[in-house]
Design a protein around this ligand. Structure first.
Ligand code: FES
Length: 279
């Protein structure tokens, strides 16, 4: 491995979450804490604690809109009535979307009262999953993947480009309220690294130039539309095809039943399935 790449890899692997912005944390290794070799963390993680502040207080009232209450009913309808808590994640997601991309504590309390659990059960979910923002975010919430495949393909350069172009650091929101930048772990688009998720959309195969192009398009309120397969590689390629284009899976997909045993003829008797499967 090239020494420069090895250096970057080791820097990434040493990252541990900082629970308070700007605080240095000691590094944890298999051998325990090594405060003498602590490294100032730069990647931002919101605090797990809630502190009441204007606009985000336990005393605030928050409710779903009339239209979203129809969605709440549809969501809860998927689960048995004695398992309404299974709807916590989709309801939090719905609340976050209604609330401009972040979840005030009052919205979490509302979800808890709808599914009939104590608020702490909802807080536990909202603090565990990074898809939930418990602080205000900008209109364009940029999640920059910093995991290894993206990092070795230039994620750090993309991050530096975004920070410089917007005048913010990771974890911050631009003064105009348009952008929030946060570094996250793998977003499952490694084949098209480096990439960012902008609100719900994936922009991939980024270079510093195409990143600036993307940010400028957002400033004009006109982010590029997703490609045919639901993401947008910014280098013009289709989906995750390489520079040679599509090289595999060229034939039409086989019809249902392909390679099924002929004698089953699409019918499986549950009573004999275990015997047929040699259980
Ligand atoms: S490593 Fe970036 S998407 Fe997987």
């Amino acid at each position: 491995m090239l020494p420069a790449v090895a250096g970057r890899l080791s820097r990434s692997i040493l990252r541990v979450p900082a629970f308070n912005k700007g605080h240095a944390l000691t590094r944890v290794t298999g051998a325990g804490f090594h405060s003498g070799r602590a490294r100032l963390m730069t990647n931002y993680h919101p605090t797990a604690q809630h502190k009441d502040e204007p606009g985000n207080s336990v005393k605030d009232a928050w409710d779903f809109s009339e239209e979203n209450y129809k969605r709440v009913d549809m969501i809860l309808h998927r689960y048995p009535t004695n398992y309404k808590a299974a709807g916590i994640i989709p309801l939090l997601d719905l609340a976050q979307r209604q609330n401009g991309g972040w979840l005030p504590v009052a919205a979490m309390d509302k979800v808890a009262s709808i599914v009939g659990v104590v608020p702490m059960r909802v807080y536990e979910v909202a603090t565990f999953y990074t898809m939930f923002n418990r602080e205000k975010v900008g209109k364009y919430f940029i999640q920059l993947c910093g995991t290894t495949p993206c990092m070795v393909n230039g994620a750090e350069e993309i991050r530096a480009t975004i920070e410089k172009h917007l005048g913010i650091k990771e974890g911050e929101t631009s003064k105009d309220g348009l952008f929030t930048l946060r570094e996250v772990e793998c977003l499952g688009s490694c084949a098209n690294a480096p990439m960012v998720q902008l609100n719900d959309d994936y922009y991939e195969c980024l270079t510093p130039a195409s990143t600036i192009e993307l940010l400028e398009a957002c400033k004009k309120g006109n982010p590029p539309k997703m490609g045919r397969w639901g993401s947008l590689p910014m280098n013009g390629q289709v989906s995750c095809e390489g520079p040679h284009g599509k090289t595999t899976l060229k034939e039409p997909a086989p019809a249902p039943g392909f390679m099924m045993r002929k004698d089953l003829d699409g019918n499986v008797d549950p009573a004999t399935v275990k015997r047929d499967m040699h259980y």
